[in-house]
Design a protein around this ligand. Sequence first.
Ligand code: SF4
Length: 396
Amino acid sequence: MDIKDYRYVLIPNILEKFRCSMCGECCESKWRIDIDEKSYQAVKERLEENKEDVSTYIEQNENGNYVVKFDGKYCKFITDDIKCRIHRDFGWECLSDTCKIYPRNMRLTSRGMEIGLGFSCGSVAKLLLTDEKVSIKKIKKEDYFFMTPRDISFIIPENNLKTAVNSRYYEVEEMAIEILNQEKDLFTKLSYLERILAGLENVADVRECNFKEVIEGLDDFTIENPYTEEYLVDEIIKAIMKKSERSESVAEYYRSLLKITSLSGDIKKDRKFLSWSGYNLYSERLKELKALWNSKWDKILQRYFQCYIFNKEIYDNSEYFMFKTTISMVMIKLRMLLTIKYLGRELTEDEVIAAIKGYENDFSHDGDYFSEYYKQKYENKEDIKEATRKLLLMFK
Ligand code: SF4
């Protein structure tokens, strides 16, 4: 099967309402902004016509890729009235794919153009606050504004062996979303999904799978998680330490929050404690923090997870998908818990959005963090499914 034409756009229903709020945040210096070769050449030409040098705005990083330069807070192309100069003066077609597409991520599949959205954008993160159940919505191409990137990945499940799980990939994806839509506690749903995805790896012939029955199986599913908060603490600290290899400031943010929320008020003791560079996290403390959780926020984490299911990472590797997404939710929840502890009150919706966005900026935009961490665990012969099960305890 091939993709010759596509008439539909598929998008998680809760994300369909996304509209850019023109806040200009995506042009800030907090992340790397890539400029592809075509855009680079087009912008260079236009700037030269104006007797300007492209190197004022764009540089090559250590990997030889073009990236924008920043002028303090913003990309150098930002004008005083927070408009993109490339867009305004040279035309939208001169923008790089990164700038045209963000916060969307797109894939061309045999179902149509599939569009997911990144939660580092506040307008997207806000959409997680809905009460709606998540489903995949199919809309006519002409009814949804989007632009096709120059480089796009293709997914055609039907081209797999008929006995292989990925030949029924869309059903796997819908099943996973549906399991999470059920009215059960988040820990049970995530644990069930984790077991189901692990089990699918061993199915000899996927044609025999009845996904409707699998969803119904959740009704009778109970699980004893043999792990305690002690194991969970270990996994959290390992994740932060891995992050510190790539960005000490992000790791320091978590360490500082852990410290600042456990100050005793005794100046002498606290001074000593603040100069210590360790992690103030242990099982009893984590239990206390978890007790601050308001279960209404579980729905946000659930929707976050469901939107990531749509990103096709189960297609590549379900173990990696579960590991990555579970760490993500653990770190978002930890960030929220520490903020509650720090403020001494329940979070407002804006503070929840800030926690999600902050996490996404720090971790998801560090493209290789998860793959390197996964690879490292894999090379150390760690049991990654077990690590995921330990992390799942955060939701119990
Ligand atoms: S090139 Fe334009 S759209 Fe891209 S980051 Fe800079 S100002 Fe923003």
